[in-house]
Structures are given as C-alpha cells and as structure tokens.
Ligand binder design. Structure first.
Ligand code: FES
Ligand code: FES
Length: 152
C-alpha cells in the first residue's frame, strides 16, 4: 500500500502493508523516533502527533488514513536547533524527567497554545488529560504551558 504524506513540511512516500499504524510509518519507515511508543493502546498520549490540524494517538491511527495528510511530529516543532518557547519552558520548569512522555506533551500543548486565545490552568489540565506522565506529578508541565500562554 503506497502512501503519500507530508511530514513536518517534507513530502514522504512509503509502501507499507495493510494494518500498519501511523506510528510505525513515522518511527520505522521515516526514522522519526521522537514520537514515542509506550502503551500502544491509545491510552498514554506519548505518541501524539497532529494530522491535518487534529491531535491524535499515532499508535492506533491507521497509516492509510494519513494518505495525503499533513502530519506534524515533535521533530517539526522547532526551526532547526532553536528550541520553541514551550520547549525552553519545559526545560526551565523541570517538566522533563525520564522524557518518555515529553514529545507527546509538547505536541499536544503546542496545539493547545495555538488553538486557544487564553488558557486557564483548568483548560491546560483538561487539554492534557490524555497525556500521562509517571514522573513529574504534572505540576511542572502545567506551569510550563501556562508560562508560555501568559507570554512569560
Ligand atoms: S503509545 Fe500511543 S497512546 Fe500510548
Ligand atoms: S517525565 Fe517520565 S513519564 Fe513524564
């Protein structure tokens, strides 16, 4: 099954068997290993990517559904080596510990910041409810997102 998609602004063509997930395309075919595979069941959000403007769990998203789609992964957030404001805020707030959840949080929180005019703490927590972190207790992650939302 040949698929054409745009990933982080770059055209990509892959040939994968039916049943392949978008996560497998990203990691195994395109070498974009920033998107993490943790639960593989759509429960933890570690594999969050944006497809045609919509956040979703790549581990349970059929690759064929992404044919001709625009996909944004964690690798596409920053321009070159320059961290985004949110990535810098994560570092400064101590939001990264083991780091396995971090790509998914960054993608989801970037989407939240881009799609909401203003974000309260409750909106941030609700928006990130599908992303699980075993290490931080969430406070540092929420603080980082709020800091960027406030323009701090
Ligand atoms: S790895 Fe996809 S939701 Fe957990
Ligand atoms: S930093 Fe370890 S799971 Fe979130």
């Amino acid at each position: 099954m040949e698929l054409s998609l745009t990933v982080n602004g770059q055209p990509a063509v892959v040939d994968v068997p039916p049943g392949t997930t978008l996560l497998e395309v990203l990691r195994d075919e395109l070498g974009l290993t920033g998107t993490k595979e943790v639960c593989d069941e759509g429960e933890c959000g570690a594999c969050t990517v944006i497809v045609d403007g919509r956040p979703l769990d790549a581990c349970i998203y059929a690759a064929h559904a992404a044919d001709r789609a625009e996909v944004l992964t964690v690798e596409g957030l920053a321009a070159g080596d320059e961290l985004t404001d949110l990535q810098r805020a994560f570092v400064e707030a101590g939001s990264v510990q083991c780091g396995f959840c971090t790509p998914g949080f960054l993608v989801m929180a970037t989407h939240l910041l881009e799609t909401a005019a203003e974000l309260s703490e409750e909106q941030v927590r609700r928006g990130l409810a599908g992303n699980l972190c075993r290490c931080t207790g969430y406070a540092q992650i929420v603080d980082a997102v709020l800091a960027v939302g406030r323009g701090a």
